[in-house]
Design a protein around this ligand. Structure first.
Ligand SMILES: NC(=O)c1ccc[n+]([C@@H]2O[C@H](COP(=O)([O-])OP(=O)(O)OC[C@H]3O[C@@H](n4cnc5c(N)ncnc54)[C@H](O)[C@@H]3O)[C@@H](O)[C@H]2O)c1
Length: 482
């Protein structure tokens, strides 16, 4: 199957990037938008993105004109008559996509492959809207498409045998790695990523921690390329909301019910980067708070002596009657607080990734003590993340369920371990896939953390996946790979 001329319908966040990927891969591209204004916006996306690639040295200045020259922009779908492949990237609404595909079916050559960039909708349902379901496939790129190296190729039960290998080859030609998966809501990446993003919004709504603290915890503590709220703004809150809705409809897992704050922001048309404001906007940066007047401290718990030494070197005095008592902990801090005559001075500390300290306030902690503890962490070069005394605090509460979901996905037979790992690395830019993370954190640590989360929230999906539990029981430290 030779793909020389491809159509891209919808030149928004994703479509413009996909058109650029094809053009940079040497293919001729016809980009279709709904109307002249949207087409002008699409042209703007293409021009800015290719200019950025030149500025970053990823594209030669001379090649940029050639790349843009390969792209023809139009508002007429009829111009797709000669295309060998058409990829749609219009909004994530099934009715829009089925109507478009039905139309394309009437316009394009019978052998043309029709691909959808849907993140979560049923590719089978989209295929069924055409008279050529065997030539409809999912081709799911990641944001930003010119940068992220993954493409999920989604095969339905009726996809023709020659289409999937042709898509895989095309992905390779475009410099992407293809992961071929079946048609389940969210495929690999969004099925694992979006519930984590949603959970971050839920934790914020529950007041466990604030937006900036959660983002800092996951970026600087867990080592992810950006925090969940930054990523939600990048994806687009409307897109994220739609995907969560589709996941929920398929799974009925209440963790997949979109966080109410998403609905509120979407209703207000605060959609993230594409509308200029979402979780982040142009609000003034908060002032650096003044330094606290804490003079003495004490530290208890595992790893406390090292922290005490660093604080001592920074000029603070350890005392048996301290202004603030730091308790190193990865479990509820309140259990330690209630044993003290003055629990208001006790603040939990959980260091994550060597750069972040979760600073945990119990219901009995005084605001002054929490403030002082955060200050002490800053002095020794740790970014403080203020949070409530809830199982898993911030990082573990967000990370462990995601890891557990990956184990369940593998157990269900949906995708092999290595493909799940490479999908998350290449699709999200994560430093490691979930199984690699599980093995480096320790299967037993994650299993025990999940048990603690389950015990607190009674959320069925937090119960350790049977495979994880069994591997820990058997004393095995790595996952079985073929
Ligand atoms: N945003 C992401 O991070 C991301 C990542 C992967 C996949 N996706 C998927 O890509 C698709 C598009 O998402 P997006 O974020 O680019 O949305 P978007 O809102 O940024 O862009 C959609 C574009 O489609 C255009 N459009 C709407 N109806 C049209 C029609 N009938 N004909 C031609 N153009 C039309 C709109 O004018 C708009 O420019 C969705 O299915 C989404 O799930 C999004």
């Amino acid at each position: 199957m030779a793909f020389e001329m491809v159509g891209v319908v919808g030149l928004g966040t994703m479509g413009a990037g996909i058109a650029e990927v094809f053009a940079r891969g040497g293919l001729r591209v016809i980009g279709v938008e709904a109307d002249a204004d949207a087409l002008a916006r699409g042209r703007g996306h293409l021009e800015r993105s290719t200019q950025r690639a030149v500025d970053r040295g990823k594209l030669a200045a001379g090649d940029r004109d050639e790349v843009l020259g390969r792209i023809t922009l139009t508002t007429s779908r009829e111009d797709l008559r000669e295309a060998d492949l058409v990829v749609e990237a219009i909004p994530e609404v099934l009715g829009y996509k089925t109507a478009l595909m039905n139309d394309l079916d009437g316009i394009c050559k019978p052998e043309t492959v029709l691909a959808t960039n849907t993140s979560s909708l049923s590719v089978t349902a989209i295929a069924a809207a055409t008279g050529r379901p065997g030539r409809v496939v999912g081709l799911h790129f990641f944001n930003p498409a010119p940068v992220m190296r993954l493409a999920e190729v989604v095969r339905t039960v009726v996809t023709d045998d020659d289409v999937v290998p042709a898509m895989r080859e095309l992905a390779v030609r475009l410099g992407k790695t293809a992961v071929v998966v079946g048609d389940r809501a969210g495929f690999v990446v969004n099925r694992l990523l979006l519930p984590y993003l949603n959970h971050a919004a839920v934790l914020m709504e529950q007041g466990v921690a604030g937006r900036d603290d959660i983002d800092a915890a996951m970026r600087d503590g867990a080592g992810l390329p950006m925090g969940p709220f930054q990523l939600l703004d990048l994806i687009g809150l409307d897109t994220a909301y739609e995907i969560m809705g589709v996941l929920f409809d398929e799974t009925r897992d209440r963790r997949h019910a979109p966080a109410p704050v998403l609905r509120e922001l979407v209703s207000a048309r605060l959609l993230g980067r594409k509308s200029g404001r979402g979780f982040y906007g142009d609000e003034p940066r908060p002032h650096e708070p003044a330094k606290s007047s804490v003079i003495t401290f004490d530290v208890a718990g595992q790893g406390g002596d090292e922290l005490a030494e660093r604080l001592g070197t920074a000029g603070f005095k350890r005392s048996a009657e301290p202004d603030v008592l730091l308790r190193m902990a990865d479990r509820p801090v309140i259990e330690h607080a209630v044993q003290l005559s003055d629990p208001s001075r006790l603040v939990g500390v959980h260091v994550v990734g060597g750069r972040v300290a979760e600073v945990v306030s119990t219901v009995l902690t005084s605001p002054e003590a929490a403030f002082a503890a955060a200050d002490l962490m800053k002095v020794i070069g740790l970014a403080p993340v203020a949070c409530k005394d809830r199982a898993g605090f911030v990082v573990d509460a967000l990370l462990y369920p995601y890891l557990n979901d990956a184990v369940r996905m593998y157990e269900s037979g949906y995708a092999p371990i290595d493909e799940i790992d490479s999908a998350m690395r290449l699709g999200c830019g994560y430093p490691a896939g979930p199984f690699e993370t599980l093995e480096s954190v320790g299967l037993d640590v994650v299993r025990d953390g999940l048990r603690a989360l389950y015990a607190e929230y009674r959320e069925p999906a937090f119960a350790p996946a049977p495979l994880l539990d069994q591997l820990v029981t058997a004393g095995v430290r790595t996952f079985p790979r073929p």
